[in-house]
Ligand binder design. Structure first.
Ligand code: NAD
Length: 290
């Protein structure tokens, strides 16, 4: 499995393609956006005209795509691997996607001898470039073992959480928590500011206590309090993840009140543009210029 395809060469896919190349794989990539193609070509990635070339040329193909609709169109559409693929093709979906869609795609690919592993990631574009991502992985023991050398070239931490789709369930739970923590942390900072406590000192206290989270330890110091808002993860993508988590909760018939309220706040935040950094949700409570 020396030749790997990457479909979707955006913030994440470009870094993953580069990490695979650095580990000695031959990497071929596809993205419909000219700017993404040019950036990856400059990194030494061989760019192809469409995904169908990759299913035949590569032992494994990694996807890093914006949403489940695009993932489904790429895998089950007219240029998908069911129209012709190398025997034993392995598809690794690192997008944050819908577990129901992932399972449906797996049911269609398995009879054709194509393995699907979902391996959504945390760690942002920096982690993708540095191959330090965390992956939560869904797939059969056999498929995940086959995928291991490819996954290891892109990540520092891998947790196999269950059968196909389980990675996407876990990633949605993770991002729902992150989305909610951004709001609750902004509320805590607002409360403390009004009560006369400096936000940086507040966070030092919280991060030494039991209220800490990735948001208080990473997001606030790295992207919020310094006004940078340049994580490389957009409001649009987090809105998609919150929507997917909300629809999973709905499909399961669950009533989860705090998750529902967090999802509502994200849905009703239309004044924050889609292309803003996702940390901008804190502006519901905090003025970054204050
Ligand atoms: P992005 O928008 O930067 O990149 C997505 C790329 O997919 C774009 O270059 C786009 O042109 C391409 N694309 C769209 N339709 C396509 C198609 N039909 N075929 C091939 N390529 C197509 O997004 P991103 O930030 O790189 O995120 C990719 C995925 O990773 C998303 O599912 C996101 O939720 C997830 N994710 C992102 C981050 C982050 O920090 N950016 C972190 C973890 C997970």
């Amino acid at each position: 499995m020396r030749t790997i395809g990457v479909i979707g060469l955006g913030h994440m896919g470009r870094g993953m393609a580069l990490s695979l190349r650095r580990r000695g794989f031959d990497v071929m990539g596809y993205d419909p956006a000219p700017a993404a193609r040019e950036a990856s070509a400059a990194d030494g990635i061989e760019i192809v005209d469409g995904p169908s070339v990759l299913w035949r040329a590569c032992g494994a193909v990694v996807l890093s795509l914006p949403n489940p609709e695009v993932v489904e169109a790429v895998l089950l559409g007219p240029d998908g691997p069911l129209q012709g693929a190398r025997p034993g093709l392995l598809v690794i979906d690192t997008s944050t996607s819908d577990p129901a869609v992932t399972r449906r795609i797996a049911s269609a690919l398995t009879p054709a001898g194509i393995d699907l592993v979902d391996a959504p990631v945390s760690g942002g574009p920096k982690g993708a470039h540095a191959a330090t991502l965390t992956m939560v992985i869904g797939g059969s023991e056999r498929a995940v073992a086959r995928a291991e050398p490819v996954l290891a070239a892109m990540s520092a931490t891998r947790v196999h959480v269950g059968d196909v789709g389980a990675g996407h369930v876990t990633k949605l739970a993770n991002n729902l928590l992150c989305a909610a923590h951004l709001i609750t942390a902004a509320e805590a900072v607002r409360m403390a500011k009004e009560a006369g406590v400096d936000p940086e000192r507040l966070l030092a206290g919280i991060n030494a206590g039991s209220g800490r989270s990735g948001v208080t330890q990473v997001n606030f110091p790295t992207w919020v309090l310094n006004g940078a808002f340049d994580s490389g993860f957009t409001m649009k993508l987090m809105r998609k993840d919150v929507r997917l988590a909300e629809s999973l909760i709905g499909a399961l018939g669950l009533d989860l009140p705090l998750s529902g309220e967090a999802a509502r706040l994200w849905r009703d935040s239309a004044e924050i543009p889609d292309d803003a950094d996702f940390n901008a949700i804190v502006t519901l409570q905090l003025d970054p210029n204050a």
